[in-house]
Ligand binder design. Structure first.
Ligand SMILES: Nc1ncnc2c1ncn2[C@@H]1O[C@H](COP(=O)(O)OP(=O)(O)OP(=O)(O)O)[C@@H](O)[C@H]1O
Length: 543
């Protein structure tokens, strides 16, 4: 035992720990840097960069570290690069760690739900803004455990540097054991030293995970997670989370403020409204739009004009191309042929008709003001309701923090969600999430609003609250809207015009009441009768 303690505190071995840490530090720092570059190359739109990064990954992941160490120390001098043993070890470790770290970065980025990326693009976020504020913060949370693993494995791998005479812990332990023959005590002490190092790495990983855990919003809750044996004391007087933080769909605290659910002013004079709309300028124009996915033609020479202030309901069977049309209008999707004009501009093309890059396209979307509400809400999962609304105003429209939050609170109040401002999306019901999404899209005062089946992912009892908000926008705000929906009564009540799509083409369109009550096309008639038969409650408003 005495010998064991003697080796544990022996300066010769403790200095070995220092060298182990230096080699590991060099390897990890270089690996993180190179891994970041490799991941960016692999995610890039340029296939050549991706191919180079992949080739590097195959080579360095597929060859033993020990060979790479020997190469860095013994082979590089033959081409005039002479490195010290520790630098060669750091270089080889970095080159070896990089592809593993790159895969961690890449999978972290890929793990962020694509819907959020699309929502960010639709809000006018450039790729840089998206990466900094939406994808990066979520990807980092996913990557921490894997990066912790990589740190532990780099620490252990550093022992291989002994083959190129780096005086790290393993080499010093072996040398000491060879001279003293006290194998057991020395290797036991050195094993314990490694355990302390890897344990510290695991501890740091845990602390980072807890600090980044969005479900632990207070210092007390974080400390209680780190010190479970003190949980009772620490959480005795918690900073109470608002009760509604944990409210579930339709639960208490989810009552609409009275200013939101109020009777609609009846749309009485449709003819007068139609006459006014006929004189308004066209704000969305789609001409001969054609799009295919592989052999499947999804939009087949579609023409559509929407005037300022007009509300158009897109109806049609599943797969008829409604969502694709909306995505094309916002240029979230490329198309094969045809033209799309929004707000008098060819969104996504410059004056000479050349396609804009992602950054310029994002800026143009923000400038024209085309908002989009998605079927699956697509809220940013790591941000509260308030941040979901205020963030894009700051990052895209350059509002100050105070102004953005003020505007966000106004909009949340408007959709009846002031009391959920600090809640994360996953703590809200589907209906609440969709109302936050509507507040988010309204915040920069868009000129055109595209709504892609905004209620189809909701439980029937939550449909009404979302429709009510949309109804108010249509009736009271005079917003130009194109809504893809299956809510027939809602469409009749709110839309000026119904456009019926089948197989990517418009087969019937006209004043909402006329098309819905007296369809002329047999396809429209069949669809309407099936909808009425299959889901009378939904077809009749979802309430
Ligand atoms: N990214 C894609 N890749 C391949 N096919 C796609 C893609 N997106 C849509 N499609 C296909 O295009 C067709 C039209 O899809 P779209 O989502 O536009 O229809 P929809 O009318 O909105 O349907 P729903 O009412 O079910 O949402 C469908 O057959 C769909 O499978």
């Amino acid at each position: 035992m005495d010998l064991f303690v003697h080796y544990l505190t022996m300066p010769y071995l403790l200095q070995g720990i220092g060298i182990t840490l230096a080699a590991t530090g060099l390897g990890l720092a270089g690996g993180l840097l190179l891994g970041f570059v490799l991941a960016a190359m692999q995610l890039s739109r340029f296939w050549l960069l991706a191919a180079i990064a992949r080739t590097y990954t195959v080579v360095f992941r597929g060859t033993p570290l020990i060979l790479q160490l020997v190469f860095a120390y013994d082979a590089l001098p033959h081409i005039g690069i002479k490195l010290s043993a520790i630098t060669a070890a750091g270089l080889a470790l970095a080159c070896n760690e990089a592809p593993f770290i790159a895969e961690i970065f890449r999978s972290g980025v890929r793990s962020v739900d694509k819907g959020q990326t699309m929502a960010g693009q639709a809000l006018g976020m450039t790729p840089g803004v998206l990466m900094r504020h939406i994808i990066g913060p979520q990807a980092i949370r996913m990557m921490v455990p894997a990066l912790g693993n990589e740190t532990v494995s780099a620490l252990k791998n550093s022992s291989l540097a002994s083959v190129i005479a780096v005086q790290e812990l393993t080499l010093r332990s072996t040398q000491l054991a060879s001279s003293t023959f006290d194998f057991f005590s020395i290797f036991f002490a050195s094993g314990l030293m490694y355990l302390v190092l890897t344990g510290a790495a695991a501890g740091i990983q845990l602390v980072i995970e807890v600090m980044l855990d969005l479900d632990l919003p207070t210092p007390e809750a974080r400390l209680a997670r780190l010190l479970p044996w003190r949980r009772a004391g620490l959480l005795a007087q918690p900073k109470a989370l608002p009760e509604d933080e944990i409210a579930t769909a339709g639960g208490e605290g989810d009552n609409e403020p009275s200013d939101v659910v109020r009777p609609l002013p009846a749309v009485t004079d449709r003819e007068k409204r139609a006459a006014i709309l006929a004189g308004n300028k066209v704000v969305v124009e789609v001409g001969a739009l054609t799009k295919s996915y592989g052999p499947q033609t999804v939009l087949d020479g579609l023409d559509l004009k929407v005037r300022e202030g007009e509300v158009v309901a897109l109806l049609g069977p599943s797969g008829s191309g409604k969502s694709t049309l909306l995505r094309c209008i916002n240029h979230l999707e490329d198309w094969d042929d045809g033209l799309v004009w929004v707000g008098g501009r060819r969104l996504g093309f410059d004056a000479s008709g050349r396609k804009l890059g992602p950054r310029a396209l994002a800026n143009e979307r923000a400038a024209i003001g085309v908002g989009m509400v998605f079927q699956q809400f697509n809220l940013f999962h790591h941000l509260t309701a308030l941040e979901n609304v205020a963030g894009p105003l700051r990052w895209v429209h350059e509002y100050s923090k105070e102004d953005a939050e003020k505007r966000a609170r106004e909009l949340l109040a408007r959709v009846g969600l002031s009391h959920r401002a600090d809640a994360l999306p996953r703590h809200m019901s589907g209906g609440q999430q969709q109302r936050v999404a509507i507040a988010r899209v309204l915040a920069p005062s868009p000129s055109v609003l595209l709504l892609d089946e905004p209620t189809s992912a909701l439980d029937p009892e939550l449909v009404g609250e979302v429709l009510e908000v949309i109804r108010r926008l249509a009736v009271e705000d005079g917003l130009t809207m194109i809504i893809s929906t299956h809510q027939l009564r809602f469409a009749e009540e709110v839309a000026d015009r119904v456009v019926f799509l089948s197989r990517g083409a418009i087969v019937e369109e006209g004043p909402a009441r006329e098309v819905l009550r007296r369809p002329k096309n047999p396809l429209t008639a069949k669809f309407l009768s099936v909808m009425a038969e299959e889901a009378p409650s939904i077809a009749s408003n979802g309430s």
